[in-house]
Design a protein around this ligand. Structure first.
Ligand code: NI
Length: 172
C-alpha cells in the first residue's frame, strides 16, 4: 500500500466530475487500499478518489473511534436513493482544505446504493456523522467542496485563509 499526495484547493482537478467505475477489479482494490492508507496517514475520516487525482466514483470512509480498530467502508459508484426531509448541521472539514472548518447543513439520513470492495451491490441507511460524511465525499465526485455550500462571503474567507497558509508554507 502507498500513501498518495492529496490535492488541495484551489486545484482545478477538484472541480472534476468523476466517472463511474466499470469493473471492481484488483487495480481498483489497490486504489482503494492506497486511498485508505492515505486517509489514515492524513489523518482523516473520508476520502474521495479525485482528492488523490483519480477521477473515479470511489470513496473510502472510516468512522471508528476506538484506537487501533479499523472499520473501513468502501463505496464504488454510490447513489443516494432516499434522503430525510430533516436536516442536521456538522462542523465539516476536508483534507483538500487543510485546517478549515465550517458548519454545513445536509439531510440527516440517507439511503445509499453502491458496490462494495468486492463489487457486490449493497444498500445502507446512514444516519448521524456517517450520513454527513457520505454526502460530503459524494459531493467530491461531482466537483463540489463543502465550502460550496456556504455563502460566497464565508467561502472566500476560507479560500483566502488557505492561500495565505500555502504562501507561508512555501516561504517558511
Ligand atoms: Ni472532503
Amino acid at each position: 500500500m502507498a500513501i498518495l499526495p492529496i490535492i488541495t484547493a484551489p486545484d482545478p482537478r477538484l472541480k472534476t466530475i468523476s466517472r463511474p467505475v466499470e469493473r471492481v477489479d484488483d487495480d481498483l482494490r489497490r486504489l482503494m487500499d492506497d486511498m485508505l492508507e492515505t486517509m489514515y496517514a492524513a489523518p482523516g475520516i473520508g476520502l474521495a478518489a479525485i482528492q488523490v487525482g483519480v477521477p473515479k466514483r470511489v470513496l473510502v470512509i472510516d468512522l471508528s473511534e476506538e484506537e487501533g480498530v479499523r472499520k473501513p467502508l468502501y463505496f464504488v459508484n454510490p447513489e443516494i436513493v432516499d434522503a430525510a426531509e430533516e436536516y442536521s448541521v456538522y462542523n465539516e472539514g476536508c483534507l483538500s482544505l487543510p485546517d478549515q472548518y465550517a458548519e454545513v447543513e445536509r439531510p440527516s439520513e440517507v439511503t445509499v446504493r453502491f458496490l462494495d470492495y468486492h463489487g457486490e451491490p449493497q444498500e445502507i441507511h446512514a444516519t448521524g456523522l456517517l450520513a454527513t460524511c457520505i454526502q460530503h465525499e459524494m459531493d467530491h465526485l461531482d466537483g463540489v467542496l463543502f465550502v460550496d455550500h456556504l455563502s460566497s462571503l464565508k467561502r472566500n474567507m476560507i479560500l483566502r485563509k488557505l492561500k495565505k497558509m500555502q504562501r507561508l508554507a512555501e516561504t517558511g
